[in-house]
Design a protein around this ligand. Structure first.
Ligand SMILES: NC(=O)c1ccc[n+]([C@@H]2O[C@H](COP(=O)([O-])OP(=O)(O)OC[C@H]3O[C@@H](n4cnc5c(N)ncnc54)[C@H](O)[C@@H]3O)[C@@H](O)[C@H]2O)c1
Length: 346
C-alpha cells in the first residue's frame, strides 16, 4: 500500500503528545520523514524520542522530502507556513485555529485552490463519538429546525502558561481563539453551517492579570498576560436561530463545564452527557446514549481522514472554508468588544 511521507513543523506539546504518537500508530499508512522546529534542540529531542531520521533547520527544506506537513506552531505562523507548503505542492494539516484572522484564512484557501492539495484544520472535536452521533441524529431530523443553541467551554483555573498562549502578537487572542473555537466549530457543523448575521461579544481578563489568582496548570506571568481569559457572545443566524456562547480559561465557577445543547422545533440534543429530548406518544422522552468525548480516539480518526484525503480516498471532514468561518466569528466577537457594539456579518 502507498504510504504518505509526512513532516512535522513545530515540535512542542501538541506534536509530541498527540500527533507523533497518533502517526506512529498509523505506520502502515504513513511514514514520519522529518521534523523541524525553530528551536533545533527541541526538534532533535523529538527526532530521537520518535526515531525520526531527518531534522531540518528551515521548514522550506522539508517540502522536497515529504507529501504532507503538519503545522504545530503558534498561531501567528500557521498562514505563512501553510501557504509556503501548498505553493511547494505539499498537502497541509494545520492545527486550530486556522490562522490569526479571517483574511489570513482567505490567503490559505487561495493557496490551496492554486495547488489543488488538501488543507485540513485540526478541529478534532468533530471526530468524537458524541459529535458523530449528534450529527447523524440531527441529519435524521431529531431536532428539526434549530432554535436556540447553548455553548459553554469553561475551565475554572486552567490558563496555559507555557509556550506563547498568553501572548497576543503570537496567538491573536486567548481563551476564545484557543479553546472556545473548538465548540464554535462543532456547533456550526451541527447547525449545517448556519450563517451568522449579527454578533455581540464581551471579553475579560481581570482574573488572570491579578497576581493573587491560583492556576491548576501551574504559574504564569500575570503582568505579561495580554489576552482574554473569559468571553461571552450572542450570535444570531440568518434563519432566525441563535447561539448563546461562553468560554473561559479562568473563572470563579464550581468546576470545569462543557455544554453544547441545541433546542429545535422537533426535539433537542445535548452532547455532554449525550441525550436526546423528544415529545412522543403524548409524553416527553429523555434518551441517553454512550457517545463519549474521547479526544484520543478523535485525533486518530482526524489523522486517518487527513491521510486518506491526501491519498484521494476520502473527503476532508473539516473543510478550510468552514474553519475560516470560525475565524470570522472570532474576529467579530473581538471587534464587538473593542467597539462596544454588535457587529453585522455580510
Ligand atoms: N487541537 C487542539 O486541541 C490543540 C491543543 C493544543 C495546541 N493546539 C494548537 O497547536 C499549536 C501549537 O501549540 P502547542 O501546544 O504545541 O504549543 P507549544 O508552545 O508547546 O509548541 C510550539 C512549538 O512551535 C515551535 N515554533 C515556534 N515558532 C516556530 C516557527 N516559526 N517555525 C517552527 N517552529 C516554531 C516552538 O519552538 C515550539 O516547540 C497552536 O496553534 C495551538 O492552538 C491545538
Amino acid at each position: 500500500m502507498q504510504k504518505l511521507a509526512i513532516g512535522i513543523i513545530g515540535c512542542g506539546g501538541i506534536a509530541r503528545d498527540r500527533h507523533l504518537p497518533t502517526l506512529q500508530s498509523l505506520n502502515d499508512e504513513v511514514t514520519i520523514t522529518a521534523v523541524q522546529d525553530i528551536n533545533i534542540d527541541v526538534a532533535k529531542a523529538v527526532a530521537t524520542e520518535f526515531d525520526i531520521e531527518t531534522v531540518v533547520t528551515n521548514y522550506h527544506a522539508l517540502f522536497p522530502l515529504v507529501d504532507a506537513v503538519m503545522i504545530c506552531t503558534p498561531n501567528k505562523f500557521h498562514a505563512e507556513i501553510a501557504i509556503a507548503a501548498l505553493d511547494a505542492g505539499v498537502h497541509v494539516f494545520c492545527e486550530k485555529p486556522m490562522a490569526m484572522n479571517q483574511y489570513e484564512c482567505e490567503q490559505m484557501i487561495d493557496a490551496k485552490n492554486r495547488a489543488g492539495k488538501c488543507l485540513a484544520i485540526g478541529y478534532h472535536y468533530r471526530f468524537t463519538d458524541a459529535a458523530q452521533t449528534a450529527k447523524k441524529a440531527i441529519d435524521n431530523g431529531v431536532v428539526g429546525d434549530s432554535l436556540v443553541t447553548r455553548v459553554q467551554a469553561l475551565r475554572r483555573r486552567k490558563v496555559p502558561g507555557w509556550g506563547v498562549f498568553t501572548n497576543k502578537t503570537l496567538q491573536g487572542g486567548g481563551s476564545l481563539i484557543d479553546y472556545g473555537c473548538h465548540l464554535l466549530d462543532l456547533s456550526l457543523w451541527l447547525l449545517n453551517d448556519a450563517k451568522p448575521v449579527e454578533i455581540i461579544g464581551k471579553t475579560y481578563n481581570r482574573l488572570s492579570k491579578s497576581p493573587t489568582q491560583i492556576n491548576d496548570w501551574g504559574p504564569f506571568d500575570h503582568e505579561q498576560f495580554e489576552v482574554d481569559d473569559h468571553v461571552t457572545s450572542y450570535i444570531t443566524f440568518e434563519d432566525g436561530s441563535s447561539l448563546q456562547f461562553e468560554c473561559s480559561w479562568s473563572a470563579n465557577i464550581k468546576e470545569d463545564t462543557r455544554t453544547l445543547s441545541i433546542s429545535g422545533v422537533d426535539g433537542g440534543i445535548n452532547l455532554y452527557p449525550f441525550e436526546i429530548y423528544q415529545p412522543r406518544f403524548g409524553t416527553f422522552f429523555v434518551e441517553q446514549a454512550y457517545a463519549a468525548h474521547d479526544e484520543k480516539i478523535a485525533a486518530q480518526r482526524q489523522t486517518h481522514n487527513f491521510i486518506r484525503s491526501c491519498l484521494g480516498k476520502e473527503t476532508l471532514v473539516v473543510q478550510p472554508e468552514q474553519a475560516q468561518n470560525i475565524n470570522k466569528i472570532i474576529d467579530a466577537i473581538y471587534r464587538s468588544d473593542d467597539e462596544s457594539a454588535s457587529v453585522r456579518i455580510n
